[in-house]
Design a protein around this ligand. Structure first.
Ligand code: ARG
Length: 562
């Protein structure tokens, strides 16, 4: 039930449509003030009254309704207190009735959203710095999916550039096929690093590298075979991590995919008179130089990252006819995306405004940065392994007799890392700490998972008796707070999509877990009389529904025992 809509409908203000009132209705900061409140500032002028007078007026015209316990004017606000049992019945029926679909909808039906995320670079390590990106993108993928959108997950691989020439030179000089096969990306990284140190002494290596890259471009069979092999090695390794994270893509069309798709775009730009030659290079200048010019073709004829992204945007529109195209990419690339979207606007693409850069912050480890350049590379796989090992230690201590401890530790350890990435607003930088994300009593994934397991064991240990439910058993402050949060969950999912912000779901699930634990502390469930017990068990089950659905959207599993 949409109570805001319902309340907006029962507020009678002459010549004001309820659709104007609805957005003003909010949750009061202090729950003792009621469930919802309507601030009366906006329309006070229109009725030549003070907001406080208007609030009184509004209240005097509100009739009696079953779902409404009372409406009161408090200063400039109208505070609404709903009937707790009515809300409880409605929320429980909805959450339990919809089960695994609760929080989802069909609002996106018929619309396609492309989400470009993770977008790893071939032959470069998949390191901890990619975790924020991958978690946010994958969560948005699932959130939009739950809202009925057709989602296309795109891994825009960084699989083009002179570094592949360097890798070929390095491989031919110092590489060993078996060694690299067994070491994977680490093996490629080793020879790549060696190339750089040797090239400092012998710059002719750079010329060799350029020549090999040219061979890749020209389709030389040896060069291409090596290029594809590097790609295969990287994707195999990255794929293992994606599997652990429960992440998937519908397309791996990366930068090299656009090799033959840039020419028509450049021609279109020429036709539109948008290209300018500058020292042999092709650039697009912006009105009033509001951004630096966008370089599309270098003087040596090479195309750039931006050229590929331009071709990719047009290809995606033609292929998927998206409603929105999201780019989950760190904020360092803000300028790149501003330029890209502006060029599309200048090309008069009506869909240019459907492109969204979902910018996010950076990850660092407590003991230092994670940049490749400083040589301090922390492989994501190692972080996951460490988190799982630490989770296993904790589980060993807490529940030594648990069956399938390893599997549980995997769900808890990996879940802890994901939750740690998604709990804060995406634009924030994250300082990652194992102890912080694995703290079972903190605002963490394991805390929420543990709450879920606690609910599950309650349900298992304490069977229902009979059919009747006495909702007064969950109609006090704590019960009602939990019911309200469960009822608000679908709004949180919707808002998370609107704002491209999975943290809204993570926060909501945390609020539900905390509210449940408060309720659980203050209420006897097993020993309550049957009708009260049944009502409480329904609330426990609805709590599980929200935690399970919410964590699933974030990519986190919910073990039944911990
Ligand atoms: N591979 C790029 C990087 O690591 C990210 C690509 C993002 N997607 C895009 N369409 N530009 O920086």
């Amino acid at each position: 039930m949409d109570y805001r809509k319902l309340l907006a409908d029962i507020v009678i203000l002459q010549d004001v449509d309820s659709s104007e009132i609805e957005p003003l209705i909010v949750r009061p900061k202090d729950p003792s003030m009621g469930d919802w409140c309507l601030p009366c500032f906006k329309f006070a002028g229109k009725f030549r009254k003070s907001p406080a007078e208007l609030a009184k007026d509004v209240v005097s015209r509100i009739g009696a309704y079953n779902f409404l316990e009372k409406a009161e004017a408090v200063g400039p606000y109208v505070n609404f207190t709903l009937d707790k049992k009515t809300v409880a019945r409605e929320v429980l029926d909805r959450a339990l009735g919809e089960g695994g679909n609760y929080g989802g909808s069909e609002e996106g039906s018929g619309k396609t959203v492309c989400i470009d995320y993770s977008s790893v670079n071939i032959a470069k390590p998949f390191h901890m710095g990619h975790m924020l990106n991958t978690s946010i993108g994958a969560a948005l993928y699932r959130i939009y999916g739950a809202l009925g959108y057709n989602v296309v997950g795109i891994n825009h691989l960084g699989d083009w550039g002179t570094q592949f020439g360097k890798l070929i030179v390095a491989y031919k000089k110092w590489g060993d096929r078996e060694d690299i096969e067994s070491k994977g990306v680490r093996g490629l990284l080793d020879i790549y690093v060696r190339f750089h140190s040797e090239a400092e002494k012998d710059p002719s290596l750079d010329d060799e590298a350029r020549a090999w890259f040219k061979k890749i471009e020209d389709g030389d069979s040896e060069a291409r075979a090596l290029f594809l092999w590097f790609k295969e090695i990287t994707l195999k390794e990255v794929g293992k991590v994606y599997d652990r994270l429960g992440v998937k893509f519908d397309s791996y069309a990366g930068e090299s995919f656009y090799n033959d798709k840039m020419k028509p775009v450049l021609e279109e730009l020429e036709r539109d008179g948008l290209i300018e030659e500058s020292d042999g290079a092709k650039i697009v200048r912006f009105e009033n130089d509001k951004y630096p010019p966008c370089l599309l073709v270098r003087s040596d004829g090479a195309t750039l990252y931006a050229t590929r992204d331009l071709a990719a945007a047009i290809y995606r529109k033609n292929t998927y006819d998206f409603y929105k195209c999201l780019y989950v990419v760190a904020y360092q690339q803000n300028l790149h995306f501003m330029q890209l979207f502006e060029v599309l606007r200048m090309m008069k693409k009506p869909w240019a405004d459907d492109m969204v850069h979902v910018a996010h912050g950076m990850v660092s480890l407590e003991d230092g940065a994670l940049s490749t350049r400083s040589g301090h590379v922390v492989f994501l796989e190692d972080v996951l392994d460490t988190a799982v090992a630490k989770a296993l230690e904790i589980i060993d201590r807490k529940s030594p007799d648990l069956a399938n401890k390893r599997e549980t530790a995997e769900a808890v350890g990996v879940g802890a890392v994901i939750f740690g990435m998604l709990y804060n607003g995406r634009i924030k930088d994250v300082t990652f700490s194992y102890d912080k994300v694995l703290n079972f009593d903190g605002e963490t994934g394991p805390y929420v998972q543990y709450t879920y397991a606690r609910c599950k064991s309650l349900i298992d240990k304490c069977p229902r008796e009979g059919e009747s439910e006495d909702l007064s058993g969950i109609a006090d402050a704590e019960g009602h707070a939990l019911v309200s949060l469960i009822g608000d969950y679908p709004d949180a999912v919707k808002l998370a999509a609107e704002k491209y912000e999975p943290s809204i779901v993570a926060r909501h699930v945390m609020d539900v877990a905390q509210a449940f634990n408060k309720f659980y502390l203050g209420h006897n469930i097993a020993g309550a009389e049957p009708a009260v017990k049944n009502a409480r068990l329904s609330l426990v089950a609805a709590t599980m529904t929200v935690i399970e659905n919410g964590l699933r959207l974030l990519g986190i599993r919910t073990p039944e025992k911990m």
